[in-house]
Design a protein around this ligand. Structure first.
Ligand code: NAP
Length: 298
């Protein structure tokens, strides 16, 4: 897809791609279950009533319905449940042969150790790809559950035929759920990979000097419109992971989602760019479905 006369960037439309992949998954599920085999089954554990978490889990449940998966939501509204209780719920899902994969929606209440909970998930059912076994396998380039947002980014680059081999990819952010894993994937020896990767973070001193050298920039720092036009070179490929809620009285909700990239400026120089919303976000949910299907077929 290309745009208007003045600009010539390719819009990396994650929403459209997510819809395409969902149709593909739905067709495959139909085929797989035609002989009477049960549906793929994704379960989610949610503790509390955090607005963001409720929305994210809601999207995941809806996406399951769209592709013909079974979904189960274990919603514990009482935030005073103990860690021991939660670990026992995880154990039950680990042992349930009718559940292919499950997620524990983060954040958890402060009195729980999220790392301990994640480590209690059977790596073969860890479709969020957060368990150290899956992170380690990803790092070694072995088959694994890659966490959803990084997997979604690689799918966007793959499906839009963005060349990554030999390119200089600058990742801004080093979190365990986005920056770190995507930096590893981009440097792995794979179709989407083989890039020379620079990872930047809050202690990076000469950020603009580095981003100006980038062929591909993956911005995942959570600072609205941080990356401006003067920080990028002509022809750069931009993946904007950021999703910050910014107050906006003109919006119905009173806020609007903003990415980490100043789209109006950067798109004038970019050869390809993801929008926010409608870029990485929808692909994150689809990636969870892809991981669940992989678990089902294993
Ligand atoms: P995070 O855990 O807060 O990590 C942010 C990273 O950015 C950290 O590594 C931090 O460096 C770095 N950073 C902060 N300020 C910086 C600066 N001025 N210059 C360079 N690096 C800087 O965030 P996250 O969980 O990775 O999420 C990042 C963004 O992506 C957020 O907006 C989040 O909402 C969004 N997100 C979107 C999706 C999606 O599906 N679309 C999924 C996940 C996250 P230090 O390590 O030094 O602190």
């Amino acid at each position: 897809m290309s745009n208007s006369a003045e600009t010539s960037y390719k819009l990396l439309d994650g929403k459209k791609l997510a819809d395409e992949i969902k149709s593909e998954i739905a067709a495959e599920v139909k085929e797989l279950t035609a002989g009477g085999r049960r549906q793929p089954h994704l379960a989610a554990i949610l503790v509390g009533n955090d607005g963001g978490s409720l929305t994210y889990v809601g999207h995941k449940v809806k996406a399951c319905e769209q592709v013909g998966f079974k979904s189960t939501l274990l919603h514990f509204t009482d935030t005073s449940i103990t860690e021991e209780f939660l670990l026992n719920e995880v154990k039950k899902l680990n042992e349930d042969s009718e559940v292919d994969g499950f997620i524990v929606q983060l954040p958890l209440p402060k009195h729980m150790d999220a790392d301990k909970v994640i480590m209690s998930i059977d790596p073969d059912k860890d479709v969020d790809g957060f368990h150290p076994v899956n992170v380690g396998k990803t790092t070694l380039g072995l088959s694994s559950f890659v966490s959803a947002t990084p997997l979604g980014i690689t799918k966007i680059l793959e499906r839009y035929n963005i060349e990554t081999s030999g390119k200089h990819c600058v990742v801004i952010g080093r979190s365990n759920i986005v920056g770190r894993p995507i930096s590893i994937l981009m440097s792995n020896n794979a179709r989407v990979g083989n890039a020379t990767v620079t990872v930047c973070h809050s202690k990076t001193k000469n950020l603009k000097e580095i981003t100006l050298q980038a062929d591909i920039i993956i911005a995942a720092l959570g600072k609205p419109e941080f990356l401006t036009g003067d920080m990028v070179k002509e022809g750069v490929v931009i993946v904007d992971v950021g999703t910050s809620r910014v107050d906006d009285a003109t919006a119905k909700a009173g806020w609007r989602l903003k990415g980490d990239v100043k789209f109006a400026e950067v798109s004038l120089k970019a050869s390809a760019i993801t929008p926010v919303p409608g870029g990485v976000g929808p692909m994150t949910v689809v990636s969870l479905l892809l991981n669940t299907l992989k678990a089902y077929k294993a």
